[in-house]
Design a protein around this ligand. Structure first.
Ligand SMILES: [Mg+2]
Length: 227
């Protein structure tokens, strides 16, 4: 089973949106696709009064998974704060080993799995591990989602720098139009390409599943991210 870990420059930059877009691309090419979130915080109550975690529901829908949500995310906590802090508020703790072993439940079911981190690359997942630590242990490439707004050049370069220091393979950066555009949004792609010339960078227009290259072409290959 091959895994791609989707991380971000920050929380709320569109990791789940991009993960679901990647899963759609993947399902056109391979038969068995998995989606995984090692740990999740921030519970909601849906219209049927059921307790749900939005990321988990979106990932489940993207892979057509109707079974137990433990398969998608085995550790879920209520408070909308970093997972290990949310766990503490419930007098629980994040099981560090389960962050890794939960993913292996897809082994018999999927050839390719998209794993979505929490927060940014150095967000703590447990009292022992950050997202970067988990990526190192999984030995999988990472894809960095970055919000197309002012500050993205700095945030993206910081994330890439840390990833490289940890020996992680960065499959690419997705510049995501997830929020209101600002004066920098027109030039951010060019700037990222200039400062990170060796990286693949794609643009995801608002509300789109398509990832575009510098010329606006839709020749994105999700399989290349797993290489
Ligand atoms: Mg998310």
């Amino acid at each position: 089973m091959k895994t791609l870990l989707v991380t971000g420059t920050d929380t709320d930059v569109g990791k789940t949106w991009i993960s679901c877009a990647l899963l759609k691309h993947l399902r056109r090419q391979v038969d068995s696709v998995g989606a995984y979130k090692p740990v999740c915080s921030g519970v909601l109550t849906n219209s049927q009064g059921r307790r749900v975690w939005s990321d988990v529901e979106q990932l489940a829908a993207a892979v057509g998974w109707t079974g137990s949500r433990n398969q998608i995310c085995p550790q879920r906590f209520d408070a909308p704060v970093a997972p290990h802090v949310a766990a503490e508020l419930e007098n629980r703790s994040v099981d560090d080993a389960l962050l890794d072993s939960g993913l292996q439940r897809w082994h018999a079911l999927a050839t390719h799995t998209i794993a979505e981190g929490a927060g940014g690359l150095l967000c703590p997942l447990s009292a022992q591990s950050t997202v970067a630590d988990l990526a190192v242990r999984l030995k999988c490439p990472i894809l960095i989602v970055a919000a197309n707004r002012l500050g993205v050049i700095n945030h993206t370069m910081l994330t890439v720098e840390v990833a490289r220091q940890r020996g992680l393979h960065v499959a690419g950066v997705v510049l995501n139009d997830c929020q209101a555009r600002d004066a920098s949004s027109e030039t951010n792609f060019k700037q990222l390409a200039y400062w990170l010339p060796k990286l693949s960078i794609w643009h995801c227009p608002h509300n789109s599943d398509e990832l575009l290259d510098a010329d606006g072409n839709t020749n994105f290959s999700v399989m290349s991210c797993f290489a």
